[in-house]
Design a protein around this ligand. Sequence first.
Ligand SMILES: [Zn+2]
Length: 548
Amino acid sequence: MTRISTLVATAVALALSASAAVAQTAAAKPTAAEANLNAMKRGVVEHVDGLAKVAQEAVDSVFSFGELGFQEVETSKYLTGLLEKNGFTVTRGVSGIPTAWVATFGSGKPVIALGSDIDGIPQSSQKPGVAYKDPILEGAPGHGEGHNTGMPLNIVAAIAVKRVMEREKLPGTIMLWPGVAEEQLASKAWFVRDGMFKDVDVTLFTHVGNNLNVSWGAGGGNGMMSVEYTFEGETAHSAGAPWRGRSALDAVELMSVGWQYRREHLRLSQRSHSIIVNGGDQPNVVPRNASIWFYFRENDQPHIQELWEIGNKMAEGAALMTNTTWTSRILGTAYPQHFNKPVADTVFANIQRVGLPEWSEADQALAKGLQKELGNPTQPGMATKLAEMGQPVKNEDNMGGGSDDIGDVSWNVPTVTLRYPSNIPGLPGHNWSSGIASATPIAHKGVVAGAKVQAMTILDLLTKPELITAAWDYFKNVQTKDVKYIPFLKADTPPAIHLNEAILGKYREQMKPFYYDPSKFPTYLDQLGIKYPTVRTTPPSPQQDEQH
Ligand SMILES: [Zn+2]
């Protein structure tokens, strides 16, 4: 494994030429085209190192905005501003989503699309660099998933590649797009439906992780339908004339209880969960309206459809029992993921060239301190060995899990997801703990390493037409040979852009004073006055222990 120092450009050049030299003696002499590509890759890695400050400012800024799905207003303003400043052309409000956009540079084929999510997690406000629960603003949303790092990675990679494209006069188009409202799985299927990817040759998606890796074939985890059921009854005085009322809340509760009974008789691979969005107005008024929001997750399209239909039947049953009526609307959807082998092989070769970042003692202390704080049985700290390439998961072995609507993109154009080490291993996810590393040197170094891989892969795709052909050959003749994409959305299913409006309405003004100001502070840690790392030195008190 060749390690690349994140800062020393000469070391980069030496390391890369050393690995190229090894490759030369081991294999045949490289062709002129290969030698030229290697030189371009060395150049793009230098550019990425030179953009480390841009990466840090973008990572810290998006972290400080802490916006939830469909409310990524400051985030999108900042990211598109950064892209325009660097010569990209931006189209805003795509698919009827105010915070969605597409940015492009270059022209003609191939078209390489770079995507990553940008939204946060409710109630995950957290001071970065502090290895225990310590919110910046109690109750506020935050980046408890680490989605603040992916677009900065793509933007740095795109700017670096743009410089090489301009110098070498390389044809092709770089297109960047944000995963809006990924936590609601509520944008990418709409982008696909509305034609965002119709001219795209390859999509390089990226998602925060705790190693530098990639996978191919069917991923683990589930696809999903997100459906809100609303019941309508009639109000009445709850004490004076309850027999005159019909309770929508009763229907919601019966549907919920019915689903818990049915759960025992569902396939082991399913995941399903719900929240009550509206439970009525006040106790002395029989609730006329009530709503329950379900995520139905399964391994493949027919089983997702089946789970959704069980939900519809249960809503019908609950309405019959309570003499109410019901309607439903789609709030999100995600296809199961399938990643492209030739592209994943290319990414993996670049991963091996870049290697993991060098973690400082402070990085390791933060990681180990948090792993201890969470009661993990072992505290290995940050990853120091590259992971193997992820292999396909057979449908019958897939016991389910999370979803990502990149699945919809992956069934329409050859796609891979690059994972990069901007977070600490061993965290529960969707939790304040995932924000701890997300605006620290761990996140910054992980982004720079990931951007190098992303940039080198774009150069591979721009200069090797045979690679695009191989990607589409796999897509057409392997991936989609027997399985076809059957969209869950109709032509007129609207995006659920109302989601999270109330939460941001409540917190945005209070969050503004904590936005990162790069003109005044070198890093967000400096702005918050946080000593890095801040790790608990005394054992947690019993009360804090109970939070685990
Ligand atoms: Zn995510």
